[in-house]
Design a protein around this ligand. Structure first.
Ligand SMILES: N[C@@H](CCC(=O)N[C@@H](CS)C(=O)NCC(=O)O)C(=O)O
Length: 347
């Protein structure tokens, strides 16, 4: 089978999500690394540009064989589910699949706030990222060539902090919820190697992607994880290459929810109910009303950021996924997640 082609960067959490996913799924790929230029164009000169320039960018042939640039890991991951049969990352139980969707989205859209915040808020992290990021795509460039690119990338990314919502108002919310998430994941990993049992799901890959930055690269966050949550550091290293993991061909290995959810999974679902979905709603209200600022409360603290249209879409997709559940599955979801507040938050 011909290899899938993409462009990405080792410092991009979504690139790492997809590389690890493709390794696990035995999807052959060919990657070219994003090369920073002082013009700031992250696209390949000889390749079509995607509608929104994001990493990773995939280059897929359309029905006429013309190459199209495609971004957004969530639908691309599901496209692979259609195209490749073995080693699926979506639980076959519709209720678990829905919870997996939510946790994947939480990883992609909320944990990324911690990722961006830790990388571009503290001096040591800015310095490291500024010196390493431009080198990944230009490994043989001289130090003199890299220097202006370091400044360019640091200025550009710190300037984007307002976009992800890292600022003095939200700092404690982002850091506090991140440490709480680490505590909960650390508990849960003591019951199983992956979120939904004995095989990795798309939620594991999404969370792993953000943690490649937070655990392995950015010094402030990494120091917290190494000293307080060594299990999570170890988990991230294991997730990186699961190409050799043996998984049952009969789709077994997903957790069995017939007797309820593991006690350690429920508090992670509560995070969705009390923090992530309320945040998405607040953002969507601002987007829909054309407000200049998302301004409200998240996690019991004041919260402000620029409205983010993409994340209003995320909320809409969650609603569609929920609506697509059968009545019986909706009832089972309510029963399995009782007292987490999830179903109430979805209404
Ligand atoms: N939802 C997208 C997000 C991808 C994304 O935001 N990528 C970041 C890098 S980690 C990016 O390319 N940013 C480009 C920019 O900041 O201009 C996905 O899942 O792929």
């Amino acid at each position: 089978m011909t290899a899938v082609e993409l462009m990405g960067a080792p410092g991009s959490p979504y690139t790492r999500k997809m590389l690890a996913l493709m390794r696990y799924r035995h999807i052959a790929y060919r990657i070219s690394w994003q090369s920073f230029t002082s013009q700031g164009d992250i696209n390949h000169k000889d390749r079509p540009k995607p509608k929104v320039s994001l990493l990773p960018t995939y280059y897929f042939p359309d029905e006429n064989g013309d190459i199209q640039a495609v971004t957004d890991s969530t639908p691309i991951l599901r496209r692979f589910e259609e195209e490749y049969e073995d080693r699926s990352v979506i639980p076959n139980d519709a209720v678990l699949s829905f919870l997996n969707w939510l946790l994947e989205d939480y990883g992609d859209e909320w944990l990324t706030k911690a990722m961006f915040h830790y990388r571009w808020h503290y001096a040591a992290d800015i310095k490291k990222a500024g010196s390493i990021l431009p080198r990944w795509g230009n490994i043989s460039a001289s130090d003199e060539e890299i220097e202006p690119l370091s400044k360019y990338v640091s200025d550009r990314q710190t300037g984007r902090l307002t976009y992800v919502g890292s600022n003095e108002v939200t700092k404690e919310t982002i850091e506090g919820s991140f440490k709480r998430f680490l505590t909960l994941l650390n508990e849960h990993l003591q019951t199983a190697p992956y979120i939904f049992g004995q095989r990795p799901s798309s939620a594991d890959f999404a969370i792993y992607g953000q943690l490649t930055c937070l655990a392995l690269f950015d010094p402030t966050a990494s120091a917290i994880i190494v000293s307080e949550f060594p299990r999570i550091y170890a988990w991230v290293e294991l997730m990186e290459d699961l190409s050799g993991l043996a998984v049952a061909e009969d789709d077994s290995g997903w957790l069995d929810a017939s007797n309820g959810l593991p006690a350690t999974l429920r508090p992670l679902i509560s995070e969705l109910a009390t923090l992530y979905i309320p945040y998405l709603k607040l953002n969507a209200e601002a987007v829909l009303s054309g407000a200049e600022l998302v301004d409200g409360e998240v996690d019991g603290r004041p919260y402000q950021q620029n409205p983010f249209a993409y994340q209003a879409k995320c909320l809409q997709w969650i609603g569609e996924q929920y609506a697509a559940l059968s009545d019986a599955d909706k009832a089972r979801l309510a029963e399995l997640t009782a007292e987490t507040g999830l179903v109430e938050a979805l209404s």
